[in-house]
Design a protein around this ligand. Sequence first.
Ligand code: GLY
Length: 349
Amino acid sequence: MKFRVDLDARGYEVHVGHGTRALLESIIRDRAPRAQRAVIVTSPQLRVLPWFDFVTGVEADVVEVPDGERAKTPATFVELVETLAQRGLSRDDLVVAIGGGAITDLAGFAAASYLRGIDFVNVATSVAGQVDAAIGGKTGVNLAAGKNLLGAFHQPIAVVCDLDVLETLPPRDFRAGMGEVVKCALLEGLDGEGLRSMSFDAQVELAIALKARVVSGDEREGSTRALLNYGHTLAHALERASIAQGRDDLRHGEAVAIGLAFAARLARALGRLNDAGVAVHDEMLASVNLPTRVPDHYDTLDLLEAMKHDKKAHHDLTFVLAGPEGFSVVRGVDTELVRHELEQFRGES
Ligand code: GLY
């Protein structure tokens, strides 16, 4: 199945299904016909998996980068760009990113910057990567001050989402990716029963279809794309605190799950959502075994401070919240209210 990200000349297809990794060679031939070389960016852990059997049709080198959010640093980025130069990639050549969201963000940013921008293909190997990170052209790395603060919009020339590769994911990583799937299901107005009535493949397709449609309508996040950040204000604060504390104990999707449960409570506190709406969030997240509470070792005031520095915020507290007329970006949410709700949220069993 194919979904189109419709951005005129920069538009591209997202190829979803079992075995779609075999399409890579024809995708490169069609979309980058002048390419003679490719650098495949992946991690040592992925490279040894049985499905790592990619054919590019051009001279290809594999370059290993560390996996995970901690590797998304300016230093790793510079090292990767130096490697692209050493391998002699020209403007007609390309980068193939094979990995989860951290690898596609990092490799995409290297492709965006090297020679002021060369082509890249994303082969997404995690659930969160397939339904979110690999699609839409947001590339970048983290700064000490926050997540994804150094980056660029640079669209891939194609995205490959092979459902077969998800079968080798560690259970915790698979589960975490469901946080982004639940986010998409909520944005599409589904409840727990609606989500459960779909096969896993159909859930992934629903999420990819939503992402492709939203990016096609608002590439630079001027309006509707911001809604894809549902649950992410608290999620990014938790991830930042997790890295700062040297714990790295939360996967992105787990942080998003906690952020979704919290956003529902904040919406209720603001009179935008009723108890049943909060229960729908909790039930959907629990049905895929995701956490819905802030772990005790995260300090409320640290999280509040981090949320104020989220890149979506304008020196205030900004959240995507459910409401009677659908989801919207709500700016300037009262700090005291957020603090109170965060404390209550922790207190729930
Ligand atoms: N991850 C949200 C977006 O791509 O806009």
